[in-house]
Structures are given as C-alpha cells and as structure tokens.
Design a protein around this ligand. Structure first.
Ligand SMILES: NC(=O)C1=CN([C@@H]2O[C@H](COP(=O)(O)OP(=O)(O)OC[C@H]3O[C@@H](n4cnc5c(N)ncnc54)[C@H](O)[C@@H]3O)[C@@H](O)[C@H]2O)[C@@H](O)CC1
Ligand SMILES: Nc1ncnc2c1ncn2[C@@H]1O[C@H](COP(=O)(O)OP(=O)(O)O)[C@@H](O)[C@H]1O
Ligand SMILES: [K+]
Length: 514
C-alpha cells in the first residue's frame, strides 16, 4: 500500500473532483459517511455521549458533517468548534450551515474558554487538525489537546491525530492528540510508523473515500506499507522437480567464544526459511555446539580456537551472511577486510561486521553491489552518523544506500527497508521481538531467501515481513515476554503458510423476518 505525502493527497483530491465531476464537499461527505458508518456499526445506537472537537479547516469540516449524520440517527452528541483561526474553509462553512439548519448549535471554543466536562466512558472525536497543520498550534489549543489526553476517554481521530504533521516531527511533543483509534483517509501516513510519532497512534484503519484509482496507481511514492498483499507477488513457489541445489547454498560466517549461539540461530533460521544447504563458518570452538544443535548444517572452522582470524573456504556459496556474534578483534577485522577484497557475490552484513564497516569506512566501497545491511538503530548511527529526528534518519539512510548501492534494513518496530530512494515500511512484528538473537534470526532468514533466488530488495522486504509474522503467530501461544529468538524460527513454517490462507468471505447479513 502506498504511503502518500500531503501534497500528493491534495493533488489526488483535486484530480478526483475534476475527473468524477463532483464538488469538493462531496468528498468531505464521503469521508463523514465513512466515519459515521464505522461508528454506527460499533455503537449500534448506544446513548454514549460523543464530544466532537472540530477545527475550522477541512478536518474540522469532516467532524461537522459527521455530527449531522449522528443527529440523523439519534446519537447523543455535542459539537465544539476549536476556533483557532478566522480562515475557515469553504466546505467547513458549508457543513456548519447545514448543521445549523438542523438546529444543532456548536459551542465555539476560544483562548479564554473553559474546557467542557468529559466523562471517562464518553467518546471524543478529534477533528481539530488534519494533514493541513503547518505550524505549532497556539498554546490554548495545545492545552486543550492535553486536556483531552488526560481525560482517559476513548479518542477517535479523524485522518490523523491532531498536532501531528505529515512530513516532520512536532516541535512540542505535548501538543499532539493521543489517539486510541485513527480513521485515516485512503492511505496511512508515514508518521504512524516512526518511533518519534508512532506512539500517538494506538490503532489505525483506512477508510476508502473513492479517490481516483488511476491517480493512486500511477503516482510513485517515497514510502510503501508492506502487508500480505504486497509480499504475495514476491513469493516463489517450490518446483516439483527441484532438489536442494535449486535452493542455494548459504554460508553463515561469524561467532566467537561465548557467542556461537548467534551463528546457530542464524544458520537455523537460514535452513528454516528454505535455503537448500547451509554451511556455518566459525572459530574451532563453534564446531561441536553447531554439529550437536543443528545437524542439518555443515560446519567449516577457522584455524583459531576462539575468534575468526582468516576466512577461507573451498565451496561456492550462493550467498554469504556475515557478522553474527563475530566480535571485532584485530585479526577478525583483517579477516573481514581480506574477505571483502575477494568476495563479489550476494552478501548480507549484520552485527559486528556492520560495526567493522563503521570503524573502517574505506571498506564500504568494497561491498558487492546490492549488499544487504541489517543495522539496529545504534549500528545505523555508527554507519551514517547521528540524526536530529526520524525524518533526517530516513533521508540520510536513503543517501547512504544510494552512495554504496546497498539495501539498508532499519530494524525496530515497523522495520523500514530502504533501497533506490524508496522506504518499505513493515506491518508485522511485536514488542516480544525485543529479545536477544532476534536480529540474528532476521539476518539468517534474509540470507536464506537470497539463496533461493530472491533479489536482495525482495528478500529483505519479504524476510522482514515473514520474521515479524512468525513472531506475531508465536506470541498467540507464548505471550510477549516468553518469545525467544528460537521460537521465532520455529514459527517460520506457519508464517509461510499464512500467505496461502484465503481470508474468510464476509457472510451475507441475515434477513430479518417479519
Ligand atoms: N483526500 C482526503 O484525504 C480528504 C481530506 N479531507 C480532510 O481535509 C483535511 C485537510 O484539511 P485542510 O487542508 O483544510 O487542513 P486542516 O483541517 O488540517 O487544517 C486547517 C487549516 O488551518 C491552518 N493551520 C495549520 N496549522 C495551523 C495552526 N497551528 N494554527 C492555526 N491554523 C493552522 C492551515 O491553513 C490549514 O489549512 C484532511 O486531514 C481530511 O480530514 C476531507 O475533507 C475530504 C478528502
Ligand atoms: N518493539 C519491537 N517491535 C517489533 N519488532 C521489534 C521490536 N523490537 C525489536 N524488534 C525486531 O527484533 C529484531 C532485533 O534485532 P537486533 O536488535 O539486532 O537483535 P539481536 O542483536 O539481539 O539479534 C529486529 O528485527 C527488530 O525489528
Ligand atoms: K484530526
């Protein structure tokens, strides 16, 4: 699913209005009807008090139009106009008139107004600011937002939590509505998924307001949201007459005394994601634990007992995954540099191999084209330097990826894969994954997918999705706290199978008999 910028959404609006020969208030009406239907389906006419806080732009207009539908269906509601400016939008005014025609009189809130009483079990609709926010809200509006946040009442935000910008971080973190649910028009906004702004959005859903499909399809966006629909076309089914050679030979290089587990996890993950053959390359101390715990893998050992001191092998890997548990000893650093001088094939770089790249930036130029780098935020910072906010982080990452022609996987909640100027935002995963070794498992999985013929970008996007999906399936059984990296691997099978599940068809509504 594409993630559009604010200007693209405004353009889509304009295009839709022209092409469908409708007036702009019709789009607002569609938006309001969709929100109303969403609420009505859940509330079924319940007399819960609904407090609508509407700004004076089109986001406010959506709220005002919604109020009309609530009235038509006998809901218990009250409308407040958050009068932060005298530049009211045309469609806001139109809907305000329509509401007044029905004898609904909103309360206008200004800088000196007292805020209304709100019960804990009521509902707040937040339609103060939408994607048009372009400067810090006035102090009294910030106070109102904080007041709403502190009520503990369920907050339903229209399009975007008020106070969030679409393309930058809010100056004042207090001046943002903390939404329990966001009903976002047509496409999610990037800020829903970034560490600095994602916390304002507990849950979200898309409402289709019928923007022009041609515009939406043909417009290229800087970000995409990756769900099942996006990964399904990537999936390569298995051939009947295939053999283990068909699915590649992965070489996992890493490990040191006390950190052999990282290689075991990555190798296991690589096998469980479908690599035909897996060889692990470890210091001597790693041989026995690997052979004991993972009989399906082959093992090659370094001459050194405890660390990697030279990387040489007499096989031709389809792909190499390097760095897990590797440490950064001098001999290892030299071995890694020598390896990069020789190796020109598919490569996945993780953990200490990333840190070695950061410490010796000259090595970056030696990376084979389209290498995959899988840093967590600290490793990313060492690679690209500090950033002032999440948006700068993304821009710097894109630049880095272009400069060194590599796929960068920014790990975290909503991992973002960056390549060729586009960021692919993952939809799966959960906080249970904040556990030792889950990164090793991801690197192993991506390596295993490359082995089977997935292109580096596809392998990264698909691997990140499946890794999170496996963890999502696993926590259903073990909960967040007990999710360990091994359990993620053990649920790869179910993650793959979930791709082929057909969603249940909605049942036709039963006809009421008279
Ligand atoms: N295609 C879509 O997505 C549609 C969007 N609609 C709604 O339209 C919204 C966007 O509406 P607008 O562009 O009118 O913008 P908003 O309603 O978000 O903001 C209102 C106006 O206030 C001004 N403003 C911005 N920051 C301010 C501040 N800090 N203090 C005071 N004034 C400030 C701006 O001039 C802005 O245009 C969307 O979020 C959505 O709710 C719908 O009505 C119809 C279709
Ligand atoms: N809160 C979270 N929500 C979703 N995924 C997470 C969360 N925390 C961590 N992860 C995922 O878990 C993995 C952690 O990787 P990393 O930090 O390298 O772990 P390790 O070094 O222990 O292997 C990444 O894939 C990351 O996206
Ligand atoms: K809003």
């Amino acid at each position: 699913m594409k993630i559009f910028s604010a200007s693209q959404i405004y353009e889509a609006d304009k295009y839709t209005v022209e092409k469908q020969g409708i007036s702009s208030d019709e789009l607002m009406e569609r938006a309001a009807v969709q929100i109303f239907n969403w609420m009505h389906l859940r509330m079924q006419g319940a007399p819960v008090k609904i407090h609508l806080f509407c700004g004076i732009g089109n986001n406010g207009g959506d709220g005002i139009a919604l109020a009309r539908h609530l009235q038509e269906h006998g809901y218990n509601f009250e409308v407040f106009v958050v009068n932060y400016s005298d530049k009211r939008s045309k469609d806001f005014l139109l809907n305000l008139e329509r509401l007044k025609d029905r004898k609904v009189w909103p309360t206008f809130l200004n800088s000196d107004s007292e805020f209304p009483e709100i019960g804990k079990d009521d509902i707040i609709v937040d339609a103060i600011f939408g994607i048009g926010l372009n400067r810090t809200p006035d102090t009294w509006v910030v106070n109102l937002m904080q007041y709403l946040n502190n009520t503990g009442t369920f907050i339903l935000s229209v399009d975007i939590p008020s106070g969030l910008y679409v393309n930058t971080i809010p100056e004042n973190p207090e001046g943002v509505v903390e939404a329990d649910y966001v009903l976002s028009f047509q496409a999610p906004k990037l800020v829903f998924f970034l560490p600095q702004t994602g916390n304002y959005v507990k849950q979200w859903e898309i409402l289709d307001i019928g923007l022009d499909a041609e515009y939406l399809t043909n417009t290229k966006t800087d970000y995409e949201f990756i769900g099942k629909n996006e990964v399904l076309p990537i999936y390569i089914p298995r051939e009947k007459f295939s053999h283990k050679g068909t699915y590649g030979h992965s070489l996992i290089i890493g490990g040191s005394y006390g950190k052999v587990g990282a290689v075991i996890l990555a190798s296991k993950s690589c096998l469980y994601s479908g690599s035909g053959l897996v060889t692990a390359y470890v210091p001597k101390c790693g041989c026995l634990p690997l052979q004991t715990s993972l009989p399906e893998a082959m093992v090659l050992t370094d001459e050194n007992e405890d660390i990697l001191s030279g990387i040489s092998y007499d096989m031709v890997p389809t792909v190499v995954g390097i760095g897990m548990g590797m440490e950064k000893k001098e001999a290892t650093s030299k071995a890694f540099s020598d390896f990069l001088n020789k190796y020109k094939g598919n490569l996945v770089v993780d953990a200490d191999a990333l840190n070695l790249l950061s410490e010796n930036k000259k090595l970056l130029k030696k990376l084979p084209a389209r290498s995959i780098l899988t840093p967590h935020p600290k490793e990313l910072e060492r690679l690209i330097g500090p950033w002032k906010d999440d948006f700068e982080k993304l821009e710097k990452t894109k630049k880095f990826s272009e400069q060194y022609d590599c796929v960068l996987v920014i790990k975290g909640a909503h991992t973002i894969v960056v390549y060729d100027g586009v960021g692919y935002v993952n939809s799966t995963g959960n906080p249970g994954m904040a556990t030792a070794g889950s990164g090793d498992v991801l690197a192993g999985m991506i390596t295993g997918l490359v082995a089977q013929g997935y292109e580096p970008l596809q392998a990264s996007v698909f691997g990140v999705y499946l890794h999170g999906k496996a963890a999502d399936i696993a926590i259903e059984k073990c909960g967040y706290q007990s999710l360990v990296a091994t359990k993620i691997v053990e649920h790869f099978g179910e993650a793959f199978m979930s791709l082929l599940e057909v969603p249940e068809m909605p049942q036709p509504e039963s006809v009421e008999e008279n």
